[in-house]
Design a protein around this ligand. Structure first.
Ligand SMILES: *Cc1c(COP(=O)(O)O)cnc(C)c1O
Length: 425
């Protein structure tokens, strides 16, 4: 082991330190494997019950009429996530697009959108119009309100009750922390929040931004009352194989509207050729529970490792997990850059590149991103990123295999160590 890791320039000191930490994590890893086993069976059952066969993988072109494999894939998603309906399409370009469709399809002029969990993910600020943008919801006369979390990270139920009014049509709940130093919510916490919102206003639509959360637990927010769950196929549910796409799973009424918004009123789900990507979407969904398990092991290893070196990490090394993201508060731009260099240097693709901070569309600070991915920008593959702003946290996620995640994390520490930015006892 020492020999192979030495070829990457990893010091024996760093390898030994890492191995000691991994030994202590064995019981956690067993729990993760049990969740993956359950979810693997769940996905296989959904595929069997919908009679997935080789014909499902055939490509379609043009309008994509009668693309049975596309429709079956949507049934598989609906079945696995426990919803009436699903829209799973390569025409959905990313998570932000899926969320923008779900919001704009279900909010009309005069309606209000409420986020009861504080400010949503950076890219949604322009979708909503928090930062003015052409074609934002605000431009179409949809207002927005938010309720901050309480200082301890819990829901401000009183504030939420007061914020829900006769115009409140849709409530958006972001499961994962995104680029905030807050906690990710468990599915059961989300269930409580949804139940509360519906007790105040029974017909309000509850949508969950499920990005990075899929298959981390044995249930999803759609199993605890969410009317829609939304995510990206180049994150968890694509299993690293999906080359593009997004999903919206939920009630038939909500998903039908999303389909009309994605294509055109009157056309809906009937059109949309799947070209040649269906095998990857099916196979990726099949692989996803295992891939997510590997990513979770990486996240927990990173947490324990950096925590033991005195950095603030969120979640900490002992907490239960509700998404695959690991935040490490590094406290300086130099450490962020060194960390990302290590992740990059461990990649199977583009390992010779050096990540540097730059301005990205949708984000309000320079962002550094390290990834050497088979699918561009895929963050179920090993990646680290973060906006260069206080408190200088990197958000680490993914790894199609646990061993790759382990290599990347050891390399991140190696790069900081070489630059004299960290002490190892
Ligand atoms: C990644 C992410 C998004 C946006 O997804 P993109 O695919 O990058 O557009 C939205 N919300 C959360 C919480 C995310 O993690």
């Amino acid at each position: 082991m020492e020999n192979i890791y030495a070829k990457f320039g990893i010091d024996k000191k760093i390898l030994d330190y890492s191995q000691k930490i991994i030994k202590e994590l064995k019981p956690r890893f067993e729990e993760i494997d049990a969740v993956a086993e359950y979810n693997q069976a769940k996905v296989i059952k959904a595929m069997q019950d919908n009679r997935v066969d080789a014909q499902c993988f055939a490509g379609s072109t043009g309008y994509g009429y009668n693309d049975a494999g596309r429709d079956t894939l949507e049934q598989v998603y609906a079945h696995a996530f426990g919803t009436e309906s699903a829209l799973v399409r390569p025409q959905i370009t990313c998570g932000t697009h899926a969320l923008a469709i779900a919001l704009s399809a279900n909010l009309l002029p005069g309606d209000e959108l409420l986020s009861p969990v504080g400010r949503p993910y950076d890219t949604l600020e322009e979708v909503i119009g928090i930062r003015p943008s052409p074609c934002s919801l605000a431009e179409y006369g949809v207002s927005y309100n938010e309720v901050e979390l309480l200082p301890d990270g819990s829901f401000d139920y009183e504030g939420i009750r007061n914020a829900i009014n006769e115009r409140t049509k849709l409530i958006t709940i972001q499961r994962s922390k995104g680029y905030a130093m807050r906690r990710t919510f468990s599915v059961s916490q989300i269930g409580e929040l949804i139940a509360f919102c519906k007790s105040v206003k029974p017909d309000v639509i509850c949508m969950v931004d499920n990005c990075y959360g899929e298959f981390v637990e044995v249930i999803e927010p759609s199993n605890v009352g969410a009317d829609m769950i939304v995510g990206s196929l180049i994150k968890n549910p694509g299993g690293g194989l999906a080359p593009i796409g997004g999903y919206i799973c939920g009630s038939k009424e909500c998903v039908d509207r999303c389909a009309f918004r994605l294509s055109a009123p009157g056309l809906g789900q009937e059109v949309g050729a799947s070209l040649d990507v269906k095998t990857s979407l099916y196979q990726g969904f099949f692989m996803a529970p295992t891939v997510v398990a590997g990513a979770l092991k990486g996240a927990i290893f990173a947490a324990r490792l950096y925590e033991s070196l005195g950095f603030r990490v969120l979640p900490d090394g002992n907490e239960s997990r509700h998404d695959i993201i690991q935040a490490v508060e590094l406290g300086s731009p130099e450490r962020m850059i060194a960390f990302c260099k290590g992740i990059q240097a461990a990649a199977p693709v583009d390992s010779y590149l050096t990540p540097i901070p730059y301005a990205m569309p949708g984000y309000n600070a320079d962002v550094i991103m390290a990834a050497g991915a088979f699918v561009q920008g895929s963050s179920i593959e090993l990646s680290a990123d973060g906006p260069i702003r206080e408190p200088y946290s990197v958000y680490f996620q993914g790894g199609l295999t646990w061993y790759h995640a382990k290599l990347g994390i050891m390399m991140s520490l190696q790069k900081m160590y070489e630059a004299g930015l960290v002490d190892i006892k």
